[in-house]
Design a protein. Structure first.
Length: 224
């Protein structure tokens, strides 16, 4: 597994967002690293977007009900500080953590969540998949099945956590929970819909849509 990167020293003026592809990485150290990054960042700290996968884990949002965790079995459960209920992460799922200064980006929380959803919808459309979001149920859906989940936290105007896009992961563990608090909600994945078949392909395809939706530019090579 890759190591979680430590925040870098801030530049004199915030350059473009840093894109980091971290591979398969344990959930809890990544979460703690996001918290640390958000706590230590200043108004000049460049934004970062982390693309990665997690080993199997169920995560429960800040006020999530354990009644939605039906049968965790041998899969670890971590109670965390994002919004939302319970979800599953595992290999074959693209997890994206945009560590964005919302004030500097000119985004409210609702705008930020909508931007994440729009990026996934644009990625799906690129493969001829008709996806949509729902006002009262964050995430992205295809024909009533959930393709991507969204859950965020904002502290000191810094957003962390983000979205989880089902690419090629085994969907069976979702049957052990009420996904996002909805009993009987079915999940879907890009592999079955004619989209990108690997996490690496999905990350490469999603990045430009995500930057466009957030109104950000990637840092140029060689920028400190």
């Amino acid at each position: 597994m890759s190591a979680v990167p430590a925040p870098r020293a801030a530049a004199a003026a915030a350059p473009g967002v840093r894109l980091r592809h971290l591979g398969l990485i344990a959930y809890e150290p990544t979460w703690r690293s996001m918290q640390r990054f958000t706590q230590e960042r200043t108004a000049e700290t460049p934004d970062e977007i982390w693309f990665l996968e997690h080993p199997p884990v169920f995560t429960l949002g800040l006020n999530a009900s354990r009644a939605h965790l039906l049968d965790a079995g041998d899969i670890p459960v971590v109670q965390i500080d994002r919004g939302g209920q319970v979800t599953y992460h595992g290999p074959g799922q693209l997890v994206v953590y945009p560590l964005v200064d919302l004030r500097r980006a000119g985004l409210g929380i609702r705008d930020f969540v909508t931007a994440l959803e729009r990026a996934v919808i644009a990625l799906a459309a690129q493969s001829g998949i008709r996806a949509e979001c729902r006002r009262n149920a964050p995430g992205v859906y295809v024909a009533g099945r959930k393709l991507a989940s969204v859950g965020v936290r904002v502290r000191r105007q810094g957003a962390y956590h983000g979205l989880a896009l089902n690419v090629s992961l085994d969907l069976a563990p979702f049957a052990r929970i009420n996904p996002c608090g909805y009993a009987g909600l079915e999940m879907t994945r890009l592999l079955d819909l004619g989209g990108p078949e690997t996490v690496a392909e999905a990350a490469a395809a999603l990045a430009p849509h995500l930057l466009a939706a957030l109104g950000l530019e990637a840092q140029q090579p060689g920028t400190a």
